[in-house]
Design a protein around this ligand. Sequence first.
Ligand code: ADP
Length: 637
Amino acid sequence: MYRAKVNHMSDQAPISRARDVRSEETLLSEGGKRAREILESITDAFFALDRSWRFTYANRQSYTLLGRQPGDLLGHNIWEQYPGLYGSEFEHVYRDAMDRHQERTVTAFFPDHDRWYEVRTYPSDEGIAVYFRNVTDQKRGEEDRARLAAIVDSSEDAIISKSLDGVIQSWNAGAERLFEYTAGEAVGRSITLIIPAERLDEERSIIARIRQGERVEPFETVRRTKSGRLIDISITVSPVRGGDGNVIAASKVARDITERKRADEALREVDRKKDEFIALLAHELRNPLAPIRNGLQVLRMADDRASRDRVREMMDRQLSHMVRLVDDLLDVSRINQNKMELRRSRVLLADVIASAVETARPQIDDAGHDLTVSMPGSPVYLDADLTRLAQVFSNLLTNSAKYTERGGQIWLSTERRGTDVAVTVRDTGIGIPAESLGHIFDMFSQVDRSVERSTGGLGIGLALVKGLVEMHGGTVTVASEGQGKGSAFTVTLPVLVDRPAFPVASPAAGQAAARPKRHILVVDDNRDGAESLAMMLGLMGNKVGTANDGLAAVEQAEALRPEVILMDVGMPRLNGLEATRRIREQPWGKGITIIAQTGWGQDDDKQRSREAGCDGHLIKPVDLQDLEQLLVELDRK
Ligand code: ADP
């Protein structure tokens, strides 16, 4: 756009009227006089030039606009007065009019006046007349409209306007994206284009409110796209008023909330699963309690050794089951919080599998399944945590045992695949429906079918498998042709470069032979816990004392001077960590082996007990083998 530069102007330019009027009178005809009166009164500028480019007339507005006094213009040559015009668009326009008799129009902005003028030339035989019409308002309106249109067009939201009888009048790019109709397809059609039939009433009530001049606050609803998809949107509708203040249309802003809805739904789903899980957890933890309680009763009443032994075995089994559940839970939560640590070393895949089979064997045999294991010809080494990896395969094997009807077949096969090894656990079991395959490894995910309720489980086994496998740099996949067609889980792990194994002495063999008898103090505020552990340790030949709070622990330690203290952490009066600190402060307390025993095995718990002066840390319920192993390790130090 051409931007005119106009010299300084003066609003109250003094006008020497006498001389002007005289010269004008000689130049204008009678009819022209009337025209002059009109021209003087208008707010637009108007001037005339003769064929020698001299001003022959200029109305009052011209002087203001051109920044001159009348005496400076009339009779003077325009190019001499305004040399800046040379080369400007005005020069072309004026010359086209003067030389070629062409009427021309140009719109220009006059910065000094902050106004837009439409400049129009009228050629005649005497010269040209030039008319400056102030079009600032119109121009600003256009600019505003363009700005608004740009905003509307760049909006992510769909912005639509419609008449009060529901005919679409405008449709922005956001609406094109959201509803898939182009503006060309939508404008002129009824808004019912995007309204599902069952929601037409909604539209009628919106229009009724808009007619009343009411704004319809954001509400959530559903609309249909061109391809027939139903989408969740949030809509705000506002009345559009005409110049007279009457409502003439409605403008509607619609926002896609499908994503938010999906996120809400996902949150609700997680919440629901968690609730379900807690119920299941309570159930699963309570299940072993009944047989254990019955067992206790039997122990109290039965006096033949055979039934007592049988019951003890049963109780042991139930307790192990419970401990396993709780361990799994802790493991999953550790993996989820990135707190699981692997103790990796060079291990033989065959050892991993053997350990897994040993764990799963009782369940496989109980269900009368047949297990076939096939290993690769040459040894495969992995950089892995043997116990954790064995846990992966024992989980898969026990699942196969659980989810296969009695007398089924289970295969565990291994296959080298380049630098990886793939281990597949396959069964002839109940299979997994296709729709469940995608989320079977999610936490708390269980296929909903009645058979599982009886087999039990928390739906975390496979989440644990996946977490552990991924920590080992591997992947796990599942395949099943559907209900009743069996399942196959394949774990792929990177193989360590093969090299011959070096012989390692088995530490377990040496230990069992010479288990030393010790003087042990068991500290636990749970009297039964302390008592039963003390009894077991006593039965194994140790000399054992007990204490049931921290203060008693310090006193007993001083009186008994044990070699080992098994110290509970959370206790009344004085907690175990504080008691440990006090014992360590004493000259007699420095050499005692103090082992913390807690329900929590997280890393920071271990860190805290170490800082308090404990030599080791065991998770309750204390497993005697773990305790023995730990004591042997501590002895070696
Ligand atoms: P849980 O066994 O405690 O329910 P998992 O995470 O181990 O939990 O398994 C999740 C679900 O996957 C099981 O509830 C079961 O529906 C299904 N599933 C796992 N392994 C098998 C299998 N071998 N055959 C059929 N379904 C299985």
